[in-house]
Design a protein around this ligand. Structure first.
Ligand code: PMP
Length: 381
């Protein structure tokens, strides 16, 4: 073996792989990984096939098929009354993860500080580290994971380059409020801080809440990369397609990286999604679809000894198990798989410092019968 220096020496097998493997070995119901166990719309599959047969099988334009970018711009305008130029301000990506990696690579220099709220989706911190940036973690706590903006101010320095936001939030199901937006706008005033806003769950939001995209607020929008994922929108996480929207000056830098990272994204799927987006109910109706799943799952879970934390968006429900056990969450999650045959994710895995508040995350993007069967087992815990 030729010696090399690992760029990510502390990254091993992720907790997601560990839990899924354990779930498989124990024949457990897997509510750990964040993807649906039901099919994506048949119409969309037919559209991909149609475009393949039509000959849309060669490289797409580097920023994406123009028809798709135009449909994305229309969608953003319809929902948030914000106009993005399809030519210069939207790029189609190979999923949200590639958009995040590309945006960070475009703007982070060595020793730049990046603020990450924890618990956090797992790709943010390793990406910043790969780029030589410094992760400044801001820990949020159960049960409601609210941001203390006064405390956050203390983390800001002259080297703060970017803040990563994620609303609706994975894993906590929390959303940004108008109060948060006001505080954020105030915080970045007279600074050069950029924003990466991970909005992949934008359409999965409950009750009377609406998604407060950075696109809605000119002072935030002018310095934001907004990341979205069609995998979440159309129940096909395996297709790995999403997009980034940003003002032209930021998008120009984004595309410099994008063209050497992937150059372009798979062509027939782009045409198919462009057609599918023409019918707005294909994305507007998602809210009602998941609201029903969230309500069902919460109603069933009331009969268990797990305490439900709020879930205002995303397809994740966090639960606290302090009334059942004081074990560390990783140990508890493993035991739940072995003894009760249900897999969840210990929320400590989403923190750098592995703080443990006895919280597990369950994914309820599952068929009704999967949810019912899982809760039947959880009732006995
Ligand atoms: N951000 C968050 C918060 C996510 O939960 C995910 C997917 N689990 C992504 C980004 C990545 O999206 P994609 O699968 O489109 O790469």
């Amino acid at each position: 073996m030729i010696p090399i220096t690992s760029k990510l020496p502390n990254v091993g097998t992720t907790i997601f792989s560990v839990m899924s493997q354990l779930a498989l070995e124990n024949n457990a119901i897997n509510l750990s990984q964040g993807f649906p166990d039901f099919e994506c719309p048949a119409e969309l599959v037919s559209l991909v096939s149609k475009h393949m047969k039509k000959g849309h099988n060669q490289y797409a334009p580097m920023p994406g098929v123009l028809d798709l970018r135009e449909k994305i711009a229309e969608k953003i305008d319809k929902i948030h009354s914000a106009r993005y130029d399809a030519e210069t301000e939207i790029t189609v990506t190979a999923g949200g993860t590639q958009a995040i990696f590309t945006a960070l690579t475009a703007v982070i220099q060595p020793n730049d500080e990046v603020i990450i709220f924890e618990p956090a989706y797992d790709c943010y911190s390793p990406t910043v580290k790969l780029l030589g940036g410094l992760v400044k973690s801001f820990e949020l706590s159960a049960p409601d994971y609210q941001i203390d903006w006064e405390m956050l101010k203390k983390l800001i320095s002259s080297r703060t380059r970017l803040i990563i936001l994620n609303s609706p939030h994975n894993p906590t199901g929390m959303i940004l409020t108008e109060y948060d937006i006001k505080q954020l706008s105030h915080l970045i005033q007279n600074t050069d801080i950029l924003i990466l806003s991970d909005e992949v769950y934008e359409h999965i939001i409950y009750d009377e809440n609406s998604h407060l995209s950075m696109a809605r607020y000119p002072v935030l929008r002018e310095r934001s990369f907004i990341v979205a994922s069609f995998g979440k929108l159309f129940h096909n996480t395996g297709w790995k397609i999403g997009y980034c929207a940003a003002p032209a000056w930021l998008m120009a830098e984004f595309r410099k990286v994008h063209q050497f990272l992937v150059f372009s994204v798979n062509t027939p799927v782009q045409y198919a999604i462009a057609d599918f987006l023409a019918n707005e109910s294909n994305y507007i109706d998602l809210k009602g679809f998941y609201q029903q799943k969230r309500d069902t799952f919460r109603d069933l879970m009331v009969n268990t000894r797990f305490d439900l934390l709020p879930c205002l968006g995303s397809y994740f429900q966090c639960v606290q198990y302090s009334r059942i056990s004081d074990e560390h969450d990783v140990e508890f999650a493993k035991r739940l798989i072995k003894d009760s045959k249900v897999a969840g994710i210990p929320v400590s895995a989403f923190y750098n410092r592995r703080s443990n508040e006895h919280v597990l995350r369950f994914c309820f993007a599952k068929k009704q019968e999967t949810l019912e069967k899982a809760v039947e087992r959880l009732i006995k815990v």
